[in-house]
Design a protein around this ligand. Structure first.
Ligand SMILES: [Zn+2]
Length: 294
């Protein structure tokens, strides 16, 4: 028989701060964020891929070939970055992590082996979060303050675990344009919204394993879409947070386009540039100053 009862929605409250404004009166915010999936990407669902040397080489390109020139790009433009890294990738490429931290960027949580946590048992999910946090802390010298969901799998349980661990922000949800708050059973998180519009996978996604998928959009097409979105987010006061994968976006032709686009964006007035943890700290401050009802 057809079920016509309302479903049990998660016990979460999403809330926009009434006093939200970008720092220094900016019209919008930009966070250049990277998802450094590396070898963990293809191995997330099938560790036997470790023996598929071609698939591993496709994944490793992001770390060994693309990351040095991505860091050069950030340095040349003076733009801070947030790098979401599966802890296994940090273990495998500690020198790249050292370079990211040495350039003053943020490294944040992205699972251990890029696990999609949707449907995981609570004890398993908590163990995963704690282990990956400990590995990232050991390698980078800092505790990751936020997380972005591999495969965009997020549940109420995930957000509650993050809050209980003292994490500051999540960067996985898509309901709003600007930073806001998520109230969980274990405390409040800052939500830094993402959008599939700014995810390079939609245009350039490629993986050899599992039958292989490959999207080969022109860089110019991506540039058009992202410039349009930047103009719109400036108009409506939102967050332009990228989801760029080094093995996709770090291809030479795409990186040349990205440099051109970022330089033009930097020439625009009224734009706040920062990392996810800086944006989250700003929202936390506003939350602390929030007017309370008498
Ligand atoms: Zn990822």
């Amino acid at each position: 028989m057809i079920d016509l009862s309302p479903p049990p929605y998660p016990d979460l409250t999403f809330r926009t701060l009434p006093n939200f404004a970008w720092p220094d009166g900016a019209d919008c915010g930009v966070i250049v964020a990277w998802h450094v999936d590396g070898e963990a990407g293809p191995m997330a669902s099938d560790r036997s891929v470790v023996n598929h040397v071609a698939a591993m080489s496709e994944a490793a390109y992001g770390l060994t070939t693309a990351m040095p020139r991505i860091l050069d790009l950030h340095r040349d433009l003076g733009i801070p970055g947030t790098f979401f890294v599966p802890a296994h990738v940090a273990e495998r490429h500690p020198g790249v992590m050292e370079a990211i931290v040495g350039d003053g960027h943020e490294i944040a949580h992205h699972g251990y082996m890029h696990e999609n946590v949707y449907g995981l048992a609570e004890a398993d999910e908590r163990a995963l979060f704690e282990h990956a946090t400990a590995v990232l802390q050991r390698i980078t010298g800092r505790q990751p303050r936020g997380w972005s969901a591999p495969g965009w799998g997020v549940t109420e349980q995930t957000l509650s675990i993050m809050a209980s661990m003292g994490m500051t922000y999540d960067a996985s949800l898509m309901e709003r344009d600007a930073p806001h708050l998520v109230e969980t059973a274990n405390g409040t998180l800052v939500e830094l919204p993402i959008s599939m519009v700014l995810d390079d996978w939609a245009l350039f996604g490629s993986s050899l394993h599992g039958g292989g998928v490959s999207s080969l959009a022109r860089a110019a097409e991506a540039e058009t879409i992202w410039r349009e979105e930047f103009d719109g987010l400036r108009r409506f006061g939102g967050l332009f947070q990228t989801t760029f994968h080094p093995n996709l976006m770090g291809r030479p032709g795409r990186l040349v386009m990205l440099e051109r686009m970022l330089r033009d964006m930097q020439a625009c007035s009224g734009v706040w540039w920062g990392t996810c943890d800086e944006a989250a700290d700003h929202v936390r401050r506003l939350h602390d100053e929030e007017p309370t009802c008498a």
